[in-house]
Design a protein around this ligand. Structure first.
Ligand SMILES: [Zn+2]
Length: 282
């Protein structure tokens, strides 16, 4: 039941920011005559629609984290629904607020009639200059809008799929603690991490964590471009914990994971000292 409510909350958050984004885009268009969502590069790269997609999906992104609701395998469906809502919201706003010769379009024709006409009588806007009608090509540009919304929303929400979660409860793990140990040389990092991993496998997690705390330096300096990052998260559903150990290298402003230098374990809080290597999970 809770899972359904969380999902409902996620969809609601997503719908709210999508409609708000459509409203903002329409407002900008009304004030400046600049239609952000129709802005393209080389006529076929829907850059404006991509930006709208990102903004529209922001509600789903934050809603997912706050409500602990993973889109999971429903991510594509959520993004597609978001994109369709964005498309229809924008067109409905234009339809409902448009006036022709002092008459409100809304009072004269149905939304379906309006949309069918607009899609089959589209023209290209190049720096404010409109081409002659390109007829049914309007459907192509509508599809481009949808593609832009879709990939914009997906680019933002795809990050959610990479966050660790409890497979049993379908909840994100919540961080309980983190420990960073810094090193100047990669060889020192590798040796330290291998020693910690061996300790964990032979003597248990608590001994391994204590060994980790004694290695390297606790403070980062300009010379220490390598880190061994230990983090412990917990599932709020079943209380299972996730232990993660990862070696990373500083590259620019980011810490990039070093391949092969990682260990992940799932364990129950009551049995943390007897974690076996075969309980490794993702
Ligand atoms: Zn769980």
């Amino acid at each position: 039941m809770l899972r359904i409510l969380r999902r409902f909350g996620l969809v609601t958050c997503s719908a709210i920011t999508t409609v708000l984004t459509a409203g903002l885009v329409y407002w900008i268009e009304d004030k400046t005559r600049f239609s952000l969502y129709r802005f393209t590069f080389w006529f076929i790269m829907p850059a404006g629609a991509f930006i709208c997609g990102v903004a529209g999906a922001s509600g789903a992104f934050f809603g997912s984290r706050v409500l602990n609701a993973r889109p999971g395998k429903h991510l594509a469906a959520l993004v597609a629904a978001d994109s369709l809502l964005m498309f229809f919201s924008l067109n409905w706003l234009e339809y409902s607020l448009a006036q022709v010769h002092g008459l409100r379009l809304h009072d004269e024709v149905s939304f379906a009639t309006y949309l069918a006409y607009m899609l089959s009588h589209a023209s290209i806007n190049t720096m404010g200059l409109f081409s002659a009608s390109i007829g049914w090509g309007g459907y192509f540009f509508a599809l481009l809008d949808f593609v832009g919304f879709f990939f914009g929303a997906r680019s933002l929400l795809a990050g959610l799929s990479k966050l660790p979660y409890c497979e049993k409860c379908d909840l994100f793990f919540r961080k309980k603690g983190e420990q960073n140990r810094y090193f100047q040389w990669e060889e020192d990092l590798t040796a330290a991490m291998k020693a910690v991993i061996l300790k964990i496998k032979q003597e248990g997690l608590q001994v391994g964590v204590a060994a980790h705390a004694a290695l390297g330096s606790a403070a980062r300096t300009e010379l220490t471009d390598y880190v061994s990052r230990l983090d412990i998260c917990q599932c709020n559903g079943c209380a299972i914990r996730r232990f993660g150990l990862a070696g990373k290298q500083k590259e620019g402003k980011l810490w990039k994971p070093i391949k092969g230098l990682e260990l992940t374990l799932l364990y129950k809080t009551s049995a943390q000292s007897t974690v076996a290597p075969d309980s490794m999970g993702s």
